[in-house]
Design a protein around this ligand. Structure first.
Ligand code: S3P
Length: 173
């Protein structure tokens, strides 16, 4: 096992990383850090503004640098943006810092959860099931290769998902 014990939540938009992460943070009495929130704080821009004004590649660069920095810390719960898996180096860094937990959800459930949210630049003007399925499909392989443990979240409560994560992590150690 890695000497560091971070828990990094990864998965597509709307799979529950932020809400599950907050509960996990309470249950395990550990600080959770949301990479998107931290990027917004450090750049004083929203994720939407960064995509629009600086481009996606620039966002990915900032995201990668932050992931590397946080992976070097310990005892953290790191809540990653859905695209963190697009760069294998990010996953390597997260794994060097502890375990990765892949959250999964059915596309219909993802759509139901995020349809009213206008903050996600990749779905701006195309918030629909078809686009969600397309992006999921493009990323499927990367997601599957990136999770040390995998937890399905469709039709489960936050409580159930976080307990399942804790149980699976305990088994892994
Ligand atoms: C992205 C997911 C978002 C955010 C950005 C890009 C992606 O995070 O990082 O909009 O590429 O899937 P959430 O997964 O928290 O929505």
């Amino acid at each position: 096992m890695s000497a560091k014990n971070n828990i990094s939540l990864i998965g597509f938009m709307g799979t529950g990383k932020t809400s599950v992460g907050r509960l996990l943070s309470q249950k395990l009495k550990r600080e959770s850090i949301d990479t998107d929130e931290m990027i917004e704080k450090e750049t004083a821009m929203t994720i939407g503004e960064i995509f629009e004004q600086e481009g996606e590649a620039h966002f990915r660069k900032i995201e990668g640098e932050l992931v590397k920095r946080l992976s070097g810390e310990t005892n953290r719960i790191i809540l990653c943006g859905g695209g963190v898996v697009l760069n294998k180096e990010n996953i390597q860094n997260l794994r060097n810092g502890g375990k990765t937990v892949l959250l999964e959800a059915e596309p219909e459930e993802i759509y139901r959860r995020i349809q009213k949210d206008q903050t996600r630049p990749l779905l701006k003007g195309k918030m629909n099931l078809k686009t969600i399925k397309e992006i999921l499909e493009q990323r499927q392989e990367a997601y599957l290769a990136s999770g040390d443990i995998v937890v399905k979240t469709t039709n489960k409560t936050l409580e159930e998902v976080s307990d399942e994560i804790i149980k699976k992590l305990n088994k892994e150690c």
